[in-house]
Design a protein around this ligand. Structure first.
Ligand code: ADP
Ligand code: MG
Ligand code: MG
Length: 883
């Protein structure tokens, strides 16, 4: 086996298919080189070496030294320069590169190979002393920071002082002599902080940097990022060593970053920033204000500094061509890094660009319409979970707003919350259920957990491609970056702007689509569901087999669900209706009644209320199936629990307080989840289910008479374990139906079925299907009862379970396919054997989870049911599952 893969100069040992081995960066550098794009030559040390490095106690095998020497020889051969040779020195960059781009990994070291001798040679070879010393001071600072891990504050301070002493504001104003002095000072700092002189041997420099890349794989920051993003620890990182090209060789040189389309809105326009006479991450670091790539973007922003299109028209034209080549080749929007060295363009990176949900949608639809990808590919390109961002409200354009600052619209969406100034507080407050806005001068990878916890992110510094902006877009958090008028003191927990003070805990609103920052909370409006969203959804609907219903229990929920494309209600819970004001008293009277007559009297009062609930729902869902679950929770949930409430409740219900207390005590259960609930209520008090069934059928006929379109009620009996339970309950429902039909002189179609939420029911599904006309998998309870884990108590240990790989994901969020899934599969199979046309659906939380939906497709369920806002997610996930 070998570990080193070359690229550039007409050679590519790898390609874009080798991301696992070469990391994303290395694979794409090789790919770009192989399609003839200008890539500085280099080589990649594979991720397999990272694993071996850790296996062997953080040491390199000798064979690697030979391979790296050959890699360097490759670069020397292509460039004609020599590593460590003063006459014509080769400088390289050392870049980390995992399979997926990962903040937390070692930052790139540029200009490696400079020392006291080669710097002189470089100055002579380039005929530019300033450039050589500028590169040397950059190298020492970067190496000290990322490889030696010395405090970078001292270096930055030295640079500031050098500028101040000379009355300069920009780095570019420093001349060769200033830079020489700075280098001397830097070397002194290294010796003082590190205890040894700055390494002069270029090979020591190289191995130090390579070791630092592998070492950073196990850094705390990288670990946190991996945990948040489900990245396995054994993937490892690759190391890329690449010939330097110089964007800091004067005014015909530059460096920049670009997207082939707008990553925020998705528009088909080149999008990016660049800086003349600059290197590496100067653009992202916010040291100088970057210039726009295109003239249009510059004009739109009202900026003065020339765009690249205007300042370097020839190179720009060449770059634009590269963008098109890359888009056509990768058939996706690309995120690109480039450098111009004395008018010569070099490509340093390309990858599929991170984008907002909005942009993902637009780009997928546009590319399909352009013929670049198929409809099916477009469907596959959009992450269903990310649609969530688009389905939520944005700021009401007509709501009054108190704008206190404006920054860049770095990641769209609106968010309000309490201001916090550090990531730890953000995390803590969020855990306490508070919405927070994380406010930072600028963010770094150390802030990731806080960004994750925050509803929105606001920074004073940094452009559209700054850390905050990139990470926020990836996470789907609204972000306003570079709001320059903010003066933030994280230490004093205060932000000053336009003569005002904002303190920790004050409410702010940010609008990531406009860049506005507002004091207080601002009203929001519903999202736009036509346009690209509608187009993609229509394509998805053509492809999917699974029907999508909604869990909804009010007419409003039903309307939202239908707007989002629900094809019925998969779960209408009835207990919430019992809690409504005006009814709870009758419910309590029913519970407190000492005999059936008393219960019936109370139920008679509830009937018209319940009927009007169903009328409201059926009107919205006319012509569609509506699964209604009869009463499920234990009765004591309807009784008061606080001493203070007893007197009032007793008076309202017309009983004395003593009776109420006795009855409440009687109803107490040790384990209500497994207690007197579900069909057990119907078995012991059939009159409750009878009233509910009557309300359903009367309402169905009312609506059918009024509108002509009858709903299709599917009456669902909860918590069934045996066929006999269902037999008894179905008889109650059928009797009520017959009674209503003969009273009204008309009928409606209906089904009676059950929730499968107990392992016994799944096992005996063949028998239960003799009576049940449909099954709805209640995977919330089925997960609880199969795993023997109470959902309400799981928080204490489930985190540890997921961390230790006992369950891959929270089984209440994503179906435990291996265990609970097997029961679902078996029940579906046994049910179908008895009743081939039995309707099968799922109505737990899992019905809105893309991975669980994929499972439902493989089992061949008829529909999934999710909360209204997740209906579009389910439609797209169902389509992806069918591809
Ligand atoms: P990151 O993964 O953080 O983007 P990179 O390895 O891409 O780190 O390096 C960051 C920047 O350093 C690049 O965008 C590029 O501007 C600069 N850079 C890296 N390698 C070279 C090189 N060989 N020549 C010139 N600049 C380079
Ligand atoms: Mg970086
Ligand atoms: Mg990069």
């Amino acid at each position: 086996t070998h570990y080193v893969y070359r690229f550039g100069g007409g050679v590519s040992d790898g390609g874009k298919g080798d991301k696992n081995l070469l990391g994303g960066k290395g694979a794409n550098l090789a790919e770009m080189a192989s399609i003839g794009l200008p890539v500085p030559p280099g080589f990649t040390i594979s991720t397999a070496m990272c694993a071996r490095y850790y296996e062997e106690g953080e040491r390199f095998p000798d064979s690697l030294r030979d391979e790296v020497a050959q890699g360097i020889a490759h670069i020397e051969g292509v460039t004609g320069k020599r590593f460590g040779e003063p006459a014509n020195p080769l400088l390289v960059s050392v870049r980390s590169g995992a399979r997926v781009s990962m903040p937390g990994m070692m930052d790139t070291v540029l200009n490696l190979g400079l020392n006291d001798e080669t710097v002189v040679g470089l100055a002579r070879a380039a005929d530019d002393e300033r450039f050589a010393w500028d590169s040397y001071r950059r190298f020492i600072q970067m190496y000290a920071d990322v490889v030696l891990e010395l405090d970078h504050g001292a270096f930055e301070e030295a640079l500031e002082i050098a500028k101040e002493d000379n009355g300069f504001t920009l780095d570019t104003e420093l001349n060769a002599d200033h830079l020489k002095a700075l280098v001397a000072e830097y070397k002194g700092l290294v010796e003082k902080e590190w205890g040894r002189p700055f390494p002069q041997d270029v090979h020591d420099q190289l191995w130090g940097a390579v070791g630092a890349v592998f070492g950073s794989w196990q850094s705390e920051r990288a670990k946190v990022y991996r945990r948040l993003n489900d990245i396995p620890a054994d993937w490892g990182t690759a190391v890329n060593v690449q010939a330097m090209v110089f964007g800091n060789m004067g005014d015909t040189s530059a460096t920049g970053v670009a997207f082939t389309r707008d990553p925020s809105k998705g528009d088909r326009a080149y999008y990016g920033e660049f800086l003349i006479n600059a290197q590496g991450e100067d653009v992202v670091a916010g040291i100088r204000t970057p210039q726009y790539l295109t003239r249009t973007a510059r004009e739109e922003a009202g900026a003065k500094a020339a765009s690249m299109e205007e300042a370097m028209p020839e190179v720009y034209a060449q770059l634009a061509q590269v963008f098109d080549t890359l888009e056509n080749h990768y058939r996706d929007m690309q995120d690109i890094e480039f450098t111009v060295e004395q008018t010569k363009l070099w490509m340093l990176q390309t990858r599929s660009g991170k984008r907002t949900a909005k942009a993902a949608l637009k780009i997928a639809v546009d590319m399909a319409n352009e013929g670049l990808i198929s409809h099916q590919e477009a469907i596959a390109r959009v992450d269903p979970a990310a649609l969530d961002q688009l389905l939520h409200p944005t700021l009401d354009p007509d709501a009054p707003r108190d704008v206190i600052a404006k920054g860049l619209p770095a990641s769209p969406g609106a968010a309000s919350g309490a201001v916090v100034f550090d990531a730890d507080t953000a995390e803590r407050w969020n855990a306490d259920g508070k919405a927070v806005i994380l406010v930072r001068t600028e963010t770094s990878p150390e802030d990731i957990h806080g960004m994750h916890a925050a509803r929105g992110i606001l920074t004073a510094r940094g452009g559209m491609t700054s850390h905050a902006a990139v990470v926020a877009r990836g996470m789907g958090r609204p972000c306003v970056s570079g709001a320059g008028s903010l003066s933030i003191s994280a230490r004093d927990k205060v932000m000053r702007v336009a003569g005002r003070e904002v303190r920790e805990g004050d409410i702010l609103t940010i609008d990531g689509a406009t860049g506005e920052v507002m004091a207080g909370a601002v009203a929001t409006v519903q999202p736009e569901l036509a346009g690209d969203f509608g187009t993609l959804m229509a394509w998805a609907d053509e492809v999917r087999r699974l029907k999508v219903r909604a869990n909804a229990e009010t007419p409003d929920d039903c309307r939202t669900a239908r707007e989002f494309g629900a094809e019925g209600v998969g779960l209408c819970r009835t207990e919430h209706m019992f809690f409504e004001a005006g009814r709870i008293t009758a419910v309590r009277q029913m519970i407190l009644a000492s005999d059936e007559a008393g219960r019936r009297a109370a139920l008679d009062r509830l009937l018209p209320e319940q009927r009007s609930d169903f009328v409201g729902i059926f009107e919205v869902m006319a012509g569609l199936p509506v699964t209604i679950r009869l009463l499920d929770p234990p009765l004591h949930e309807f009784l008061p629990h606080e001493e203070a409430e007893f007197a009032e409740v007793a008076a309202a219900a017309g009983v004395d307080i003593g009776t109420l207390k006795v009855r409440a005590a009687e109803l107490h259960e040790f384990n209500p989840m497994l207690g007197h609930r579900g069909c057990r209520l119907g078995v012991t008090y059939p009159e409750i289910y009878e009233m509910q069934a009557r309300a359903i059928f009367e309402a169905a006929i009312d609506v059918a008479e009024k509108s002509g379109a009858a709903p299709i009620p599917e009456v669902m009996i909860p918590l069934v374990a045996t066929k006999r339970e269902l037999d008894l309950m179905k008889a109650v429902v059928d009797r009520a139906a017959q009674a209503v039909f003969s009273e009204r002189g008309r009928t409606v179609d209906y089904l009676v079925g059950t929730m499968i939420e107990l392992p016994r029911a799944a096992l005996k599904a063949g028998e239960i299907a003799e009576t049940g006309e449909f099954f709805s998998f209640g995977t919330n309870d089925l997960t609880q009862t199969t795993l023997g884990v109470s959902r309400d108590d799981a928080a204490r240990f489930l985190g540890a379970y997921v961390e230790q790989g006992i369950y891959a994901k929270d089984p209440f969020v994503s179906l435990d396919v291996d265990g609970v899934g097997e029961l679902v599969e078996l029940a579906a199979e046994r049910g179908r054997k008895t009743r081939p046309d039995i309707k099968l659906g799922i109505c737990g939380e899992h019905g809105g989870d893309p991975a669980s939906i994929a499972f439902c497709e493989t089992v061949g369920l008829d529909y999934v049911s999710a909360s209204p806002y997740r209906v579009p997610i389910a439609r797209l996930a169902a389509a992806q599952a069918a591809l």
